[in-house]
Design a protein around this ligand. Structure first.
Ligand SMILES: [Ca+2]
Length: 168
C-alpha cells in the first residue's frame, strides 16, 4: 500500500514538473481588436467567450486565412514552440485549424498547421495547438499566427498563448 502511495506521489510530482516545463512567451487574450492584423469580417464577441472577457468571432463565406498576430523575435531556439488557443465552431462546412509561420533570417518562412485535430461542424470550446520544432540555432525572427477556415461557417477564437517547451 505504502509503495502505491509512493508511486502516486512520484506521478503527481512528475505531472507538475512536465507542466512547469512550458514557459509562456506571449499571451493574446483577444478581449478587443488591438494589434489584430485582419480587421474585416471579424468582431469581438462579448457573449460567446472562453475566458469570459470576449473572443474573436470570424465568419467565412468562402475559405479564408484570418491573420491574427505577428510576434516579432521571440529569442527562442532549441525548443518546441507551441501555438495554443481556444476554438469554437458553428455550422462549419470544411475545416478550421491553427497555422503558424516561422521566419528564419536568410532561409525564409516555414509553417506548422494543426491538421491533426481540425474542427468541423459545431463544437463547443476546445483547446487546439500546433507545435514547431526549433533545433539549436534555429531562431525565428518573426512568427505569424493565423486561423485557417478552409470552408464556410463561423469560428470563435480566444485566449491565444505562445509557449516554449523542451524538444522531445
Ligand atoms: Ca478573450
Amino acid at each position: 500500500m505504502r509503495y502505491f502511495v509512493f508511486l502516486a506521489c512520484l506521478l503527481a510530482i512528475w505531472t507538475v514538473a512536465v507542466d512547469a516545463q512550458e514557459t509562456e512567451l506571449k499571451h493574446y487574450p483577444l478581449d478587443d481588436v488591438s494589434g489584430l492584423i485582419t480587421q474585416s469580417d471579424v468582431s469581438i464577441d462579448k457573449d460567446v467567450t472562453s475566458d469570459g472577457k470576449g473572443s474573436l468571432k470570424a465568419t467565412a463565406s468562402q475559405p479564408r486565412v484570418v491573420r491574427l498576430f505577428e510576434t516579432g523575435d521571440l529569442g527562442v531556439d532549441n525548443a518546441r514552440l507551441i501555438y495554443r488557443a481556444r476554438l469554437k465552431t458553428e455550422d462549419l462546412k470544411g475545416q478550421a485549424y491553427l497555422e503558424m509561420w516561422c521566419h528564419f533570417p536568410g532561409k525564409g518562412e516555414f509553417f506548422s498547421r494543426g491538421l491533426q485535430n481540425p474542427l468541423s461542424g459545431t463544437n463547443n470550446w476546445v483547446t487546439e495547438e500546433t507545435p514547431f520544432f526549433l533545433q539549436k540555432g534555429e531562431k525565428p525572427d518573426n512568427v505569424k499566427l493565423n486561423l485557417v477556415i478552409n470552408g464556410t461557417g463561423t469560428v470563435w477564437i480566444d485566449d491565444i498563448r505562445i509557449l516554449r517547451a523542451p524538444l522531445k
